[in-house]
Design a protein around this ligand. Structure first.
Ligand code: TRP
Length: 473
């Protein structure tokens, strides 16, 4: 590492310190193995002890080899992954459990906090609105610093929302729709600006796409996002390929982040290797930058200290752990986060819906007939093998994908509870449960398609033009 051993250890982040201790430990071992002169070994050991002490002072935890500081657990370098453990990163979600990822464990591993009843009640008090069913049902289940957002909000200090979408294909699925609908709810109850990043650059780097195609998908996806009903006066949607060159603030924040994150760190957080292209290696800085209000001078009047709240799938957390780690070192506030569970694939909650596998997903472009066929054919059932057994033992809602989807889409709490009881007792059969889901989704998707048809290229242009929004800063 380029840092000299005498550089001020206090200026290092917990993760940097962790890496320094690890490296120094390796150095000591190498010196000993190579039978280096005693004074050289002694000096290295002394350095190791002082690094460990700084680590303890900074993090409040003892250094433990292989166990990074709590806020920054490495999840994707293979070495920390145990057999049978859930695997979660921005590109892969895999678990061997049919109920899906163990989210309580993930909270511990990621070092985030659970969204508990207290927090939900506080959101209700602050906004005066009934909490969204995604909060009540644990679909948004984890957070970082949401209490700070509420503290500030109660003191009349505003914040802004940031979310995004990787435009990997034309079609968005109903899982994406969900996150955007929740974001829309947040925007409405708090009445704050929203920025939406379309990472066409990311998809160009990771997929077999031309920049033109990725940009085209970004614009197509923008139509779906607009069709969710966002207010053009309060929302800015941008393509990275466009906005990076157009903004005076965005690129500045990118280079600030780039200067403060080492290759070692992104390797640890994202599992990049020496053979990944340098575009991928530097991309996390581009997803980090919108977390800082100075990336949008036209909206925030050049202010750089407006707090940011990011609703996202928990798989995006690695990006924002990195962002939160660098923020204080570049003198900017850490973004707060609200994490959602994954939207399960039709085949079962072992993995998430993916736009690239048509049979795993229900798309916003699907016809009523396609929706019906996909659910009947592919939705994993928690029902029994025969009607007799089902009546006798009942179905299992915990693994039944149709039931899981209903928890996302059926807003009526009483109806959902009735269905749960009837299915569990065996009174309701799998085919009947699927029918309820089909009848819930068909009108919802059709209504979306109707709204999307009304979205014109001019409207897309309006949403994507850098401009001041209807807020004073
Ligand atoms: N990387 C995300 C994806 O592939 C897109 C994204 C960019 C995002 N910025 C975000 C998602 C902020 C949530 C929050 O879908």
């Amino acid at each position: 590492m380029a840092d000299s051993p005498n550089c001020d250890l206090k200026s290092l982040s917990p993760l940097q310190l962790f890496e320094r201790v690890t490296e120094q430990g390796e150095k000591v071992r190498a010196l000993k193995a190579g039978k280096a002169p005693k004074d050289e070994i002694d000096a290295a050991v002394k350095m190791l002890l002082s690094l460990k002490l700084s680590y303890k002072t900074t993090t409040g935890q003892d250094y433990q080899a292989g166990l990074p500081p709590k806020d920054l657990v490495l999840i994707n370098n293979g070495t920390t992954k145990e057999e049978n453990e859930d695997f979660v990163d921005p590109w892969t979600v895999q678990t061997s459990n049919a109920k899906g990822v163990d989210y309580d464990k993930l909270i511990v591993r990621f070092g985030s906090s659970k969204i508990d009843t207290d927090l939900i009640n506080r959101i209700e008090r602050a906004t005066g609105k009934k909490p969204h069913h995604f909060l009540r049902r644990g679909i948004f289940f984890s957070h970082r610093d949401m209490d700070q957002i509420l503290d500030a909000y109660e003191n009349k200090k505003s914040f802004y929302l940031y979310t995004g979408r990787g435009p990997s294909s034309q079609a968005m699925h109903i899982g994406h729709f969900n996150t955007f609908m929740f974001t829309k709810w947040l925007q409405e109850v708090f009445d704050v600006p929203l920025v939406i990043q379309l990472t066409d650059d990311e998809k160009y780097l990771w997929k077999d796409l031309t920049t033109e195609k990725a940009y085209e998908y970004a614009k197509e996806n923008a139509k779906d996002i607009i069709a969710c009903g966002f207010d053009v006066n309060k929302t800015f949607i941008f393509s990275d390929l466009d906005y990076l060159g157009a903004s005076t603030g965005f690129y500045k924040n990118i280079v600030k982040v780039q200067k403060h994150v080492t290759f070692n760190q992104v390797k640890g957080i994202f599992g990049f290797t020496d053979s990944d292209c340098i575009g991928k290696i530097s991309f996390p800085a581009i997803q980090a930058a919108p977390s800082f209000s100075s990336s949008f001078p036209q909206i925030f009047n050049g202010k750089e200290n407006i707090q940011c709240l990011i609703p996202c799938g928990i798989d995006q957390d690695p990006y924002f752990r990195m962002t939160r780690d660098v923020a204080p070192r570049i003198g900017l506030p850490k973004p707060a986060l609200l994490h959602s569970v994954f939207f399960p694939a039709l085949q079962g909650a072992q993995t998430k819906m993916s736009s690239s596998d048509p049979n795993s997903s229900i798309f916003l472009t699907d016809t009523p007939k396609q929706i019906k066929t996909k659910i009947n054919k592919h939705a994993f059932s928690g029902g029994r093998d025969t009607i007799e057994e089902h009546r006798k033992y009942g179905g299992n809602c915990d693994v039944d994908v149709s039931f899981m989807y209903l928890t996302f889409f059926l807003e009526d709490d009483d109806r959902l509870e009735q269905l749960k009881q009837a299915y569990t007792s065996g009174e309701l059969l799998t085919g009947e449960l699927k029918k309820v889901l089909i009848e819930t989704l068909q009108p919802l998707v059709a209504a979306h398609q109707e709204r999307r048809k009304q979205v014109t290229d001019e409207m897309v242009q309006q949403f994507m033009t850098p401009r001041k929004l209807a807020f004073e800063f």
